[in-house]
Design a protein around this ligand. Structure first.
Ligand code: SF4
Ligand code: FES
Length: 178
């Protein structure tokens, strides 16, 4: 993770380059403030803090975040939404608790873009690799047996290499206290 911070008296902006996939939502929302041709590329003196905050909330990946002088930040959207971007990532918004398989919190966020092409070098986050590898999100039908004809769960899945362990611990549920 490489995060740069930009601030003035009214807002502090954090940009995590490892999660920026350059879809330019920030630039389209407020081109005077977010100009990738400049160094530094963020000019907080060119708009009031509320306008900057509203533009940041357009960033689908969470690469851009902000805090205000009183420590507040954006409110997580409710309900949580998941958008299947065609040939791209899952764009998720809400009060997000991303955990590993052991239930350990990886990150708490209000915006995330999660890789579904499998090619990202920054998994679980999308890093834009889906464009380079030509990922297509169309469903590949499983034609060995249709779900209508299934008589038990093993009919549905293609042959599995791992055997089912009835003693395996259940997957953890998100901890509301995190
Ligand atoms: S909107 Fe977010 S992901 Fe897109 S270019 Fe701006 S910072 Fe990067
Ligand atoms: S979906 Fe974007 S890198 Fe995988």
């Amino acid at each position: 993770m490489t995060t740069r911070t930009y601030k003035n008296d009214n807002i502090e902006v954090h940009w995590d380059s490892s999660r920026c996939v350059h879809v330019a939502a920030c630039i389209r929302a407020l081109p005077d403030v977010f100009n990738p041709l400049d160094r530094p590329w963020i000019h907080l003196d060119r708009a009031d803090a509320d306008t900057v905050a509203a533009a940041i909330e357009h960033c689908p990946t969470g690469a851009l975040r902000y805090t205000r002088p009183d420590g507040s930040t954006e409110l997580a959207s409710n309900p949580t939404t998941i958008v299947l971007v065609e040939d791209g990532p899952l764009v998720v918004r809400g009060d997000l608790h991303l955990t590993d398989a052991n239930g350990e919190t990886i990150i708490r966020e209000s915006r995330l873009a999660l890789c579904r092409c499998g090619g990202s070098e920054n998994r679980p986050y999308c890093d834009g690799t889906h464009r380079r590898i030509g990922f297509r999100s169309t469903t590949i039908p499983i034609d060995s047996i249709t779900r209508d004809n299934a008589t038990n769960p093993t009919d549905i899945e293609p042959p599995q290499t791992a055997s089912f362990d009835p003693n395996a611990a259940p997957l953890p549920l998100p901890n509301a206290e995190d």
